[in-house]
Design a protein around this ligand. Structure first.
Ligand code: SAH
Length: 338
């Protein structure tokens, strides 16, 4: 178990900073949550959480409309690369590509690229997309450098899963949060010496490198990105949380077994994009889906459906846009270059 490995490592070499702890929990090659679990243990009723594409096919349809508008703006390239970061079961990309096939105006040949760490998800993604378009698997975004054509990059609930650092100020002294072992041989939070004052109380260092690649590509080759996650614009982060079988648990309770996630700092991402020479637009998920016409589309589809199915579909869309459910908490950052 990862917990035993971590306890031994801490006893041998000293406490881990939170970044190392969360990295190992998420992607330890053998016992990491995302690298080792099978898909059904992660997403869905039997897993730890459920995501927008699992809730409603209209989520992907709206994103397809968004893709078409950027494709037009890019001068209707013949080949369009569609990249998804952390695609989970592949439902979102499947819904997007199926919807694109139905839109007469759209005539590009799509090439799909998935960036995924979990072999069981990779399998599902291939099964869903291979009948629809060429599909390539990647471990990171390095491949973007090789792509000469315009690219659309999509990520839903990917950034929140990346490892995190946290800091704390006690008596005017800064500390980095870390993980040690107590005298009962259990994991405990500890404070590690921190020499300089941090810029943020909470940060996800890996985001910077990923955004740099995205901005660089969009800048050089045209394209756009759509980054959707739960997160905030203004605020102080202390948002790391753990969910195990749909229940909130302590972040040290089930290393590698529970889903760890943080609220993403969108303002920081947006400012980096601006520095990277690309434009951005920031909205709530509710606003994004309403602007793309999700309610009109819902009513049109429901007209020809039996009542039970229509009620289910309406319930799903409501969950996506309701401010008390996902509508407000989830945010959408759009990035593009004219
Ligand atoms: N986008 C999907 C799944 C979200 S869960 C949906 O909306 O349903 C997070 C996804 O990111 C999973 O597919 C997980 O395996 C993947 N992931 C997490 N950390 C990753 C990493 N460091 N590199 C690549 N993929 C990662």
């Amino acid at each position: 178990m990862l917990k035993d490995i971590l306890i031994q490592q801490i006893k041998d070499k000293g406490p881990l900073d939170l970044y190392t702890y969360t990295s190992l929990c998420q992607t330890h090659p053998i016992y990491g949550y995302y690298s080792s679990k099978v898909s059904t243990q992660i997403i869905g009723d039997g897993g730890d959480f459920i995501t927008a594409p699992e809730i409603s096919p209209l989520f992907g349809e709206m994103i397809a409309i968004w893709v078409v508008s950027y494709w037009e703006q890019m001068g209707k390239p013949k080949v369009l690369h569609l990249v998804e970061l952390g695609p989970g079961q592949g439902i979102l990309m499947q819904d997007v590509v199926l919807a694109l096939q139905k839109i007469n105006l759209f005539s590009a040949e799509c090439v799909v690229h998935f960036v995924e760490v979990n072999p069981s998800f990779q399998q599902l993604q291939k099964e869903k997309l291979q009948p629809l378009s060429p599909v390539f698997d990647h471990a990171s975004l390095e491949f973007l450098e090789e792509i000469k054509e315009p690219t659309i990059i999509i990520a839903n609930e990917f950034f929140d899963a990346l490892p995190v650092r946290q800091y704390i100020n006690h008596g005017n002294v800064w500390y980095e949060k870390g993980v040690g072992v107590d005298d009962k041989n259990e994991l405990k939070m500890v404070h590690l010496p921190q020499e300089i004052e941090p810029d943020d109380m909470e940060c996800q260092p890996d985001i910077e490198g990923i955004l740099e690649k995205i901005c660089d590509h969009i800048h050089r080759r045209k394209g756009a990105a759509l980054l959707i996650d739960y997160g905030y614009w203004e605020g102080e982060g202390d948002s790391l949380q753990a969910v195990y079988k749909h229940q909130k648990v302590g972040i040290l309770d089930y290393p590698g077994e529970a889903d760890l996630s943080v609220h993403v700092n969108f303002k920081k991402m947006a400012l980096q994009c601006k520095k990277g020479g690309v434009h951005y637009n920031f909205r709530t998920q509710r606003q994004f889906l309403m602007d793309l016409g999700i309610q009109l589309r819902l009513e049109l589809i429901c007209r020809n459906m039996d009542i039970a199915k229509a009620t289910e579909l309406r319930g799903g869309v409501q969950r996506l846009i309701d401010p008390l459910e996902m509508g407000q908490l989830f945010k959408v950052l759009e990035i593009w270059k004219n």
